[in-house]
Design a protein around this ligand. Sequence first.
Ligand SMILES: [Zn+2]
Length: 228
Amino acid sequence: MNDSLSKLAPYGLDEEGLVYLYPEKLLLRKEAAQAFEQLRELARLFGYDIRVESAYRSFERQISIWNRKAKRELPLLDATGKVITKEIKDPEELVKTILIWSALPGASRHHFGTDLDIVDASSIPEGYEVQLTPEECSGIFKPFHDWLTKEIDSQNSFGFERVFIEGRGKIRPEPWHLSYLPGARPFQEIFDLNMLKGLYRQTDLACKEVLLDTLDDLAEDYIYPYFL
Ligand SMILES: [Zn+2]
């Protein structure tokens, strides 16, 4: 199966086999999309209306998010979700701060096209704007997440599991992020840190020097613990 994946597939640089999810018009690899629609159908039977907030994301898009955060064109948040207003001069500190809420470009699981962020649209109050926070998952979306946990635990979730959970690596828990593991594993298997470094060297990337110097260590905290 790995032979069919292009070398660039794990980094958001290969859109082969992506299909649209409806009504969201977001992209997912075909196999993951089919499994997801089964999960969505099951949820519907229990009264939940799964809406996808984010699915496949390209390398270019993740670079753009990263660079805008580094330039402070997008707000930087601390671990509690508060906007940081002080200037951050040390590039190493800046990298660690961006990493609180954003993935390393080229190393987001959203690049695989097998991972997605979901909410239960049936629990969203009128006029409420979804933030994708842990508070929502233990608040308005709690019944949905309790149900989802039960289905995952009983291996009834069509291959989807949570990956960003407490006790793994340094990425904060993201209960809303699901990975279609049978589809994600081939991407994990061919993921190569040296390849990613090569891509960084060719890219206009904020904090590039720090990233190239520390990528091996960063991978131990932010990438490999989530390769399941
Ligand atoms: Zn996500």
